[in-house]
Design a protein around this ligand. Structure first.
Ligand SMILES: Nc1nc2c(ncn2[C@@H]2O[C@H](COP(=O)(O)OP(=O)(O)OP(=O)(O)O)[C@@H](O)[C@H]2O)c(=O)[nH]1
Ligand SMILES: [Mg+2]
Length: 443
């Protein structure tokens, strides 16, 4: 999602930063492009109108245009306004009450059940003890789906026999929570095809019976402008405390997702980025804005790296980089770790300055470049991995044959590694902070 928008904004803003002086006409031209890019990405037209007006007002101010870095400043203004567009409301996730109740509501298929499980996992990581409640009396399959997710996460699920009214299910769920000393109750409700009175009445009744700490509206980000209308209808009928945007990993244009908060005033609290239960991210407006503008998303990457990397290993690695004793062996480890972090284009897209290279990187993976690199390193002796300077022509030929690659492939890798080492030496000699320790998973 957001790829096309990101690409266009990057082009427009890139042109702006590429020149020395910026005139009012340049800003106007760029704003026209930004407006078109947002509209094409399906951002709500009122939201676009206000956004462009705010950026223009700030950007054509004399102090900006007269400065030598006018282009960059305009980009900064766009970035800031994009953040504020995404920042409506209070995003904190409150688990008050004992037990704290989290109620998930939304249309059919929006992702409520999946999100219930994802949230349960998140809540466990916060050190709490959740129970899942299947408050869908209409479809036995719905309760089964939740139960299967609960089993996979090793968490209790409360469900009732078919036909038990929804309020009773929820009450029994609360009792089960007390009995099992669970301090967070996550209630998965039934969806409907459209917003209707029966659905709203049901949700209102549940909300009245258990006073949820959070009532989260789950919205499928793939549904376009309709999602905005749905969110408005829900927010008008029940006290929605936050939004969960699901299927952000899809290839819809994404603009609707960017508009919902601005239109409804309800904060986005979480984003669903995949079908698995670990594919839930806290919503960070600054990071999403940065990602869209190609400014990278180092923080998300760092978090993901922290989950993937073993901390001790990360510390050893950083030490090696600092002392410039990083070898091809370490490089091989690193390649494998990075591949564990997710599809390379996603990982690269989050690195500042690499946004544009993300596709290329993924293509490299698909072409098997990384596998080739791995094969080459595996064909080296430990000594060669530690010290590639011993790699004379005959050793290189042997490696090429051993790894079923070619001599130019081997030469290229050795050369690239040499350059990388040089860079690491510079980093370690210079500013340590800028060496980006986060990249390798250290706080
Ligand atoms: N790619 C992707 N798929 C998702 C995400 N969240 C949910 N899904 C998928 O969307 C489909 C519907 O998800 P559910 O969680 O069953 O939706 P629901 O709102 O509980 O549906 P009903 O109970 O029928 O109203 C499933 O196939 C999920 O795997 C997400 O963030 N990304
Ligand atoms: Mg469901």
């Amino acid at each position: 999602m957001f790829d096309a928008l990101s690409e266009r904004l990057r082009q427009t803003l890139g042109a702006l930063t590429g020149r020395g002086r910026v005139s009012e006409a340049d800003v106007e031209a760029a704003m026209r492009e930004v407006r078109l890019a947002l509209l094409e990405a399906d951002v709500n037209f009122k939201v676009v109108r206000d956004f462009v007006a705010r950026v223009r007002e700030r950007a054509v101010g004399a102090s900006v245009l007269e400065s030598l870095t006018a282009g960059q400043q305009v980009v900064k203004i766009v970035h800031e306004e994009l953040i504020s567009l995404l920042s409506a409301g209070d995003r904190s996730f409150r688990l008050t009450g004992s037990p704290a109740v989290v109620l998930l509501v939304g249309l059919q298929g929006s992702g409520k059940t999946t999100t219930s499980a994802k949230l349960a996992r998140h809540v466990v990581r916060l050190g709490r003890r959740p129970i899942l409640v299947a408050a869908d009396p209409y479809r036995p399959a719905a309760a089964e789906q939740l139960q299967a997710l609960g089993v996979a996460l090793d968490l209790p699920v409360h469900r009732s026999a078919a036909g038990v009214p929804v309020l009773q299910i929820v009450r029994e769920g609360m009792e089960a929570a007390r009995r099992l000393s669970r301090d967070v109750v996550i209630v998965d409700t039934a969806g409907r095809l459209t917003v209707d009175e029966a659905l709203m009445a049901e949700i209102s009744a549940i909300a009245a019976a258990v006073t949820p700490a959070e009532t989260l509206l789950v919205v499928d980000a793939m549904t376009g402008q309709e999602a905005v209308a749905v969110a408005q209808a829900f927010a008008a009928a029940v006290p929605v405390t936050g939004l969960v945007l699901t299927k952000i990993d899809g290839d819809a244009r994404g603009g609707a997702a960017l508009s919902i908060s601005a239109v409804t005033g309800v904060p986005v609290k979480f984003m669903g980025t995949g079908e698995k239960t670990d594919a839930l991210e806290l919503f960070h407006p600054d990071r999403l804005a940065g990602r869209i503008l190609g400014m990278g998303d180092v923080l998300t990457l760092v978090e993901r790296a922290q989950e993937t990397f073993d901390q001790k290993q990360a510390a050893r690695l950083e030490e090696k980089i600092r002392t410039a004793s990083f070898t091809l062996e370490d490089f091989l480890d690193q390649l494998q770790q990075i591949q564990k972090m997710g599809p390379l284009d996603q990982v690269m897209g989050m690195l500042p300055g690499f946004g544009g290279m993300a596709k290329e990187a993924q293509a490299a993976v698909e072409r098997g470049d990384l596998r080739r690199v791995e094969a080459i390193i595996r064909s080296m002796t430990p000594r060669e991995r530690r010290d590639p300077s011993v790699l004379n022509a005959s050793r290189r030929r042997r490696i090429a044959i051993g790894s079923a690659t070619t001599l130019p492939d081997v030469n290229r890798l050795v050369k690239q590694f040499g350059e990388m080492q040089k860079m690491m030496k510079q980093l370690s000699a210079g500013n340590r902070r800028s060496a980006g320790p986060g990249l390798f998973g250290r706080r």
